[in-house]
Design a protein around this ligand. Sequence first.
Ligand code: SAM
Length: 287
Amino acid sequence: MSAIDGLPPLREVIAAHGLQAKKQLGQNFLLDLNLTARIARAAGDLSHCDVLEVGPGPGGLTRGLLAEGARRVLAIEKDARCLPALAEIAEAYPGRLEVIQGDALQIDPLAYLNPPIRIAANLPYNVGTELLVRWLTPPSWPPFWQSLTLMFQREVADRIVAKPGGKAYGRLAVLSQWRTDARIVLTLPPQAFVPAPKIDSAVVHLSALPEPRFPADPRILSEIVAAGFNQRRKMLRASLRGIAPGIEDLLLGAGIPPTARAEEIGIEAWCALARTVARARQNAAAT
Ligand code: SAM
């Protein structure tokens, strides 16, 4: 079956360019262009957007994003072996695909993108969470992107959308849901990839809210959430002891029982606590 873009099937691309998957680069490729088109559609209306893709590999998702109408795609790929395959895609979509070879953790994509910007990627597992946390914690809000549509291991996707009260609920859920609408839009079995990983995967779509759900200083919120979940079995009056003197009163002031544990606390209450901590620190600094 010939593809919509007139390019060869991905299996042929991989064979022609010798792209045997390398484990250390987290390479599990998607070869089904119907699937990559579905992921691209889950990213929303791309027609007026620049799209940042991290880790295009042989270009399955890249082709989906371009075929679905992305204005431009900026693809950052660490593995130089993929560049010739990506150059063929750039030729099929003149002026719409720019490829940068390098480590996405070291490259500032903003120099290459114009708003509105969406991010879509089948992320390398080894850097996926780090990139997500970076994108969720920019210096100011709203961020440079409108939405993130990202493939993760199923277990990581579950942690992003988790609600209070379970083991999956933690720092990633609070960071994600405080300032975005986050939902799982697709789950994929191991056989969807070549080579097949050991675990299921899922695509999460996070769309940036114009402002945070509840007011809070991002740094203080991050600090208390990290402290609370680092010792998630402890009561908050113990795990947050180092945050500020009189933490029991600050917890009560935020409407949180000091004997509660981190996983019982919803985002609204975390934000209320961040505000009482901020006030206590301001008062302490003023005296
Ligand atoms: N998007 C392709 C697909 O869906 O078939 C490939 C996905 S594969 C899971 C991850 C890709 O990210 C690989 O092509 C790998 O070489 C690339 N990669 C790994 N680490 C990277 C990094 N730090 N920066 C940019 N790309 C990276």
